[in-house]
Design a protein around this ligand. Structure first.
Ligand SMILES: *Cc1c(COP(=O)(O)O)cnc(C)c1O
Length: 398
């Protein structure tokens, strides 16, 4: 037998972390990595954050799992805090991002069903989007590597170009339920929606009775410097999927909705065995306390501005290797010139300079540090990236 015990769907690299300390990961042989990937925008408090560790230990000893058949005091408390701090009136907790998007899609279809308009089921989504790996969420992307061989996918999706309001408008017909998009595309290449695009979609939704569904699984939860990215656009969704940062490493997601948008989600329409269990809720509350503490978002904004300007200074110093810096807050990307491969550069930084980043679509190196980084981490990362860019260019020339 040659198949590996872990199903070989990931081309895993040689980094084999066994411990984490703040913004660093430590490998099996004791090697240290500066972690500017954060488990792909997940570990927003870094590794081993004392408050998070304590919350998990305390709750695990008290009560880990019950059932959604019973009342959930911690869940009520956490949901209330989310309702108080966002556009939403109600929350469904999940264990992952894809499940949160699934719940968002179901909520949207069910809304139109509750309005006696069940024919309005089509979700319009966008090129280069990533919404997860379930059959429903891959149906909302156009990327062959995620879709091929899994057909037939779910009907009722149409994918159109991102940041193209005319294309989105033209795709709306009698069967449309709403739009699904990431305000800042993550996997697709750290591409923010334009102001006109997101505002335009909101306006279209208002005019035509459609639902605006935002996938803030990656760009949400303080990553861009506001609690949610849409706040920076002055646009409010009807439904929103959240995950990644919300659990800071614990598997947790959420689907948030307005009362109106959630009107179809009545008893028996949806559920989850683990979703929102006491351990997850204790984690969620602890993370939220940190994120909403005075100064946290200001810190993200300040570090984001500093990291961005440092990255921008790389561009003129590396002979056309880097094209531009994109993104918002601490969700940043450097687009590399076609002559250089972002995936190769990420591997080079990792293997030769001890820096972890992530590649993304459109030849982009994604930089997603923990949100608790300090200036010293930025300085260290910039030294590694500058040195890495020089040695990467030399290796290519040789
Ligand atoms: C990661 C991600 C998902 C999927 O989350 P999982 O927890 O892997 O299911 C969905 N949408 C976006 C924007 C993501 O970045």
């Amino acid at each position: 037998m040659s198949i590996t015990p872990l199903m070989p769907v990931y081309p895993r690299c040689d980094v084999r972390p066994v411990r984490g300390e703040g913004c660093y990961l430590i490998g099996e042989r004791g090697e240290r990595y500066l972690d500017f990937a954060s488990g792909i925008a997940v570990n927003l408090l870094g590794h081993g954050h004392p408050r998070l560790v304590q919350a998990i230990a305390d709750q695990a000893a008290t009560l880990m799992h019950t059932s959604n058949l019973y009342g959930m005091p911690l869940g009520e408390k956490f949901a209330q805090r989310l309702v108080d701090t966002t556009f939403a009136d109600t929350v469904f907790f999940t264990n992952s991002g894809a499940e949160a998007v699934e719940c968002a899609i179901k909520t949207a279809r069910r809304y139109h069903y509750a309005n006696d308009e069940a024919h309005r089921h089509k979700i319009i989504s966008f090129d280069n989007a990533f919404h997860g790996r379930t059959l429903g969420t891959i149906s909302a992307t156009s990327q062959p590597k995620m879709r091929d061989g899994f057909e037939p996918l779910l009907p009722g999706f149409q994918v159109v170009p991102f940041n193209d309001l005319d294309a989105a408008t033209a795709a709306v017909d009698d069967s449309t339920a709403g739009f699904l998009l990431e305000p800042v595309q993550g996997e697709g290449g750290v591409t923010p929606a334009t102001q006109e695009f997101l505002k335009g979609l909101r306006q279209l939704c208002d005019e035509k009775g459609l639902l605006l569904i935002l996938d803030e699984v990656q760009c949400g939860y303080a990553r861009t410097g506001t609690f949610f990215a849409h706040e920076q656009y002055g646009v409010t969704p009807d439904i929103m999927a959240v995950a990644k940062g919300i659990g800071a490493g614990f598997p947790l997601g959420a689907c948030l909705a307005t009362e109106e948008a959630a009107k179809g989600m009545v008893f028996g329409t949806h559920g989850s065995t683990y979703g929102g269990n006491p351990l997850a809720m204790a984690v969620g509350l602890a993370v939220l306390e940190e994120v909403l503490a005075d100064g946290f978002l200001d810190h993200v904004k300040a570090m984001g501005a500093r990291l961005r300007s440092s990255l921008e200074q790389l561009i003129p110093n590396h002979d056309g290797m880097f094209q531009d810096v994109r993104g918002m807050g601490l969700m940043l990307g450097i687009r590399m010139n076609e002559a250089y491969d972002a995936r190769g550069f990420v591997a080079h930084l990792r293997d030769h300079h001890g820096l972890l980043a992530v590649s993304a679509g459109q030849n982009v190196v994604r930089i997603l540090p923990p949100l608790v980084i300090e200036e010293s981490h930025i300085a260290e990362a910039m030294e590694k990236i500058s040195a890495g860019a020089r040695s990467f260019a030399e290796a290519k020339a040789a």
